[in-house]
Design a protein around this ligand. Sequence first.
Ligand SMILES: [Zn+2]
Length: 130
Amino acid sequence: MGKTASISHVRIAKSQCPICLETHSHNVPVLIHKELKDIKEDETWCAPSLCKEHDEMSKDYLGIVIISNDAPKEPNAVIKEEQANRTGKYVMMRRDAANELFDEDLSKLEFIFGDLELLNVLKALTPTKH
Ligand SMILES: [Zn+2]
């Protein structure tokens, strides 16, 4: 028996879903070390991207990631990922419903941040599931 060839210079990248924070390898590149050296496990992170489930939903649903930040001084302010105080809650809202609720065109966005106040509004709009 020969020695098993190491293929650790080829790895599938890891990404994190910005909506549910799940670690996944959906739609990520395969990494190949250009000098065929080992790629370490912690070197495989690539930019955040949607997991399979949320990628499939994103055509019809807008993700609303609930954060506990204080309300911004300006309406529709942009909150950077590193500034967001995630609560771990998120809501997938049908895009047609989101279009009615928000004045802005959100069709190009995969998700938005919303505060707890918005979550209460959404809860009031959504019929309770049994
Ligand atoms: Zn996800």
